[in-house]
Ligand binder design. Structure first.
Ligand code: GZL
Length: 331
């Protein structure tokens, strides 16, 4: 357990960094050693509150975080996966506070409801670093955030739709987890980009970022509108898009042709579907945030001034770009 750094670190404004691109095992992991702060003086004990194991993206993010917060890198990791349950995730953070960890990292399932527990962490002089998603709580309640520009991801997806759907188009949306930053921002960015186009959003429902969720919601849309009633699916992540593919094929239609699909993430299974022509466009969302998150934890504990926000850059892929990129993808 390290000595605590005085709280109230001065933090600078935003910066955008390009970081090299980089199976889920939800449930609680306590790192080797005594767990929860029993390491030697120089070992940094970190409590990491992960959302759960809802998607291929999440598995890649968890792997990246566990690799970065390893014993050989000077960490003792107390890991919790909250199974997409916001209350359970807040309870996990409270548990980290009670264990007296040196720092807490959170991938917040939803944006709201964080003020109290973040205040408790600050009162306990434990810095909080957000990775992946953001919160609506005051920026004074956490040291820094590293993640992706979800609004820009939605905008890129919407711009491709606007360029490629110039005739009257009916679209259904598979939303991410209700109340999560990526679901809110990807919708906002996309909707702004298709403003004034002939693309009509006829329905929108959450599939909770899961493949099963995307499949069951798409089955409902197909029953309601019929294959001929839907031209385009915008899925907030690959996993829900892959579930929609299953539903479209079960309905006797051809995904990527009869019904076009746009998704976000660019995980391996999504990129393979893009190469196979079942998905038509994917905007990347880089899950390899572990290295940067670990750097930020060490910098904050060392009392260094860190930027309040570190945004990891994303790419976008059509079928040709996916064919070229797939062999070298790290996730
Ligand atoms: C985005 C991340 C989202 C992914 C989903 O940074 O929070 O959560 O897009 C994941 O695949 O479940």
């Amino acid at each position: 357990m390290r000595n605590k750094v005085l709280s109230g670190l001065a933090l600078l404004g935003a910066v955008t960094l390009g970081l090299s691109a980089c199976g889920s095992d939800g449930g609680d992991d306590v790192a080797a050693g005594s767990g929860g702060g029993g390491g030697g003086d120089d070992v940094i004990t970190v409590g990491f509150a992960q959302t759960g194991s809802e998607s291929g993206w999440r598995s890649a993010n968890t792997e990246s975080m566990k690799e970065a917060f390893s014993e050989e890198n000077g960490f003792e990791l107390v890991f919790n996966a909250a199974d997409n349950d916001p209350a359970a995730q807040i309870a996990a953070v409270r548990s980290f506070i009670n264990q007296g960890v040196d720092a807490i990292v959170i991938a917040p399932i939803v944006e709201d409801g964080w003020d109290d527990v973040l205040q408790e962490a600050q009162d306990a002089d434990i810095p909080v670093i957000l990775e992946d998603r953001t919160v609506t709580a005051s920026e004074d309640l956490y040291a820094t955030w590293v993640g992706l520009d979800f609004k820009l991801e939605g905008q890129k997806a919407g711009e491709w739709a606007a360029e490629n759907f110039t005739e009257p188009t009916t679209m259904v949306v598979l939303e991410g987890t209700t109340g999560s930053a990526p679901a809110n921002d990807r919708a906002e960015g996309f909707d702004a980009a298709i403003e004034g186009t002939p693309i009509e959003k006829i329905d929108s429902q959450t599939g909770d970022f899961t493949r099963d969720g995307g499949k069951s919601v798409m089955e409902g849309f197909l029953q309601k509108y019929g294959v001929d009633g839907i031209d385009l699916v915008y899925a907030h992540n690959d996993d829900m898009g892959l579930g929609a593919i299953e539903a479209i094929e079960a309905a006797g239609a051809v995904p990527g042709e009869d019904i076009k699909i746009i998704t976000i993430d660019a995980v391996r299974d999504g990129m393979q579907a893009l190469v196979d022509g079942k998905i038509n466009y994917i905007v990347e969302c880089n899950p390899l945030l572990g290295e940067k998150a670990a750097e930020l934890v060490k910098a904050v504990l060392d009392g260094e001034e860190v930027d309040k926000r570190t945004i990891v850059e994303d790419q976008a892929f059509d079928q040709a770009a996916a064919e070229e990129a797939l062999p070298d993808r790290k996730y």
